[in-house]
Design a protein around this ligand. Structure first.
Ligand SMILES: [Zn+2]
Length: 340
């Protein structure tokens, strides 16, 4: 796995809100990287070079289609599905970008005159002024937003015993809310579901501090009074231990979905290349990204449209429409009852 100049985590944190002014740079300057930010090369140009008709590297082999993938799933020939999910999977749930002027969250954060937006995720700044981070936490704390069709598709994969793991870059916790059990999840950039005291390192359920966070209070440890920080990965902090499950998950996967991510974030992005060569990789995203643009394989499928439309197409091909509707309705009723 390549190491990127600067904090890879920083880049990843930025992607959460769709900001792309930090670009990772390959330390080895190998020229073979798939990091788009290092190449002033447009998507249109890329597609022209690749040729839409001759998609895929191995010209002798027949191009795989979404229909073929649906068949593989239906016949249970793929039953160790790994999913990589990014911000695009949460956009349909209305998760706000805290750097978008005009959003309520942006104006709530404006009052703090943050020196630069990424300071929210810097420990040094957090210890001086934790309030901006907790303003964001209040917005994203479990309960404010609801999963959408794409999250429930992952849940259905799990219910059918086909899901090996979801790797998500999102910190909104919507995969959990959708009912995907935590042991099927790798929340690569952390979670609000748990929290750690910054002084004594005691672990707490995130739920213990809901009252404080909702009342705009900085939560403190009941043992040592230190500030308690939700387990969101800050710049310079290590990725969660669970992230290393990728070492066994990806070689074992028999199908990879890459949904709603720009794959610009390391080390997350490189995972797409860690599945075996014979494994179909399906990108559902607005744009062609990462290895789908630069190191494509003959069994890559790119469904270039918005996430929900793309997933709906697949569900249609799988003939899972009815099951999806039943699941979504059942979960909606559960969440409605909780909200009461
Ligand atoms: Zn403590």
């Amino acid at each position: 796995m390549r190491v990127w100049e600067g904090a890879g985590v920083r880049e990843s944190l930025w992607e959460r809100g769709g900001l792309a002014w930090f670009r990772p740079r390959c330390r080895t300057d190998c020229g073979a990287c798939s990091v788009q930010g290092t190449r002033p090369f447009s998507l249109t140009a890329a597609r022209a070079v690749l040729g839409l008709g001759s998609w895929g590297g191995d010209s002798g082999k027949q191009k795989l289609t979404l229909q073929d993938v649906a068949e593989l799933i239906r016949k249970k020939e793929c039953r160790r599905v790994v999913v990589m999910a990014g911000a695009g999977i949460s956009t349909p749930s209305g998760i706000p970008d805290f750097r978008s002027p005009g959003s309520g969250l942006y104006s709530n954060l404006e009052q703090y005159s943050i020196p630069y937006p990424e300071a929210i995720f810097e420990l040094a700044y957090f210890f001086i002024n934790p309030k901006p981070f907790f303003t964001l936490a209040k917005e994203l704390y479990p309960g404010n937003y609801r999963p959408n069709y794409a999250h429930y598709f992952l849940r259905l994969l799990h219910d059918k015993g086909l899901l090996l793991r979801v790797y998500t870059q999102n910190i909104d916790g919507l995969e959990r809310v959708a009912g995907i059990p935590p042991d099927r999840l790798v929340e690569a950039h952390g979670t609000f579901a748990t929290a750690t005291c910054t002084v004594c390192r005691r672990k707490f359920p995130g739920e213990d501090f809901r009252g404080d966070v909702m009342a705009d209070k900085v939560p403190h440890c009941r043992v040592c009074t230190g500030i308690v920080k939700p387990d969101i990965v800050f710049f310079g902090e290590e990725l969660p231990q669970r992230f290393f499950l990728h070492l066994t998950d990806f070689p074992m996967a028999d199908l990879l979905f890459v949904i709603g991510t720009s794959l610009e974030v390391e080390p997350f992005a490189s995972l797409a290349g860690a599945v075996r060569n014979s494994v179909p990789r399906v990108l559902i995203n607005r744009d062609l990204v990462g290895p789908f643009a630069w190191q494509q394989r003959y069994n890559d499928i790119a469904q270039l449209e918005d996430v929900v439309t793309g997933v709906k197409k697949l569900v249609e091909l799988l003939d899972w429409n009815e099951e999806m509707q039943t699941l979504i309705q059942k979960e909606k009723e559960k969440l409605d009852a909780k909200d009461k």
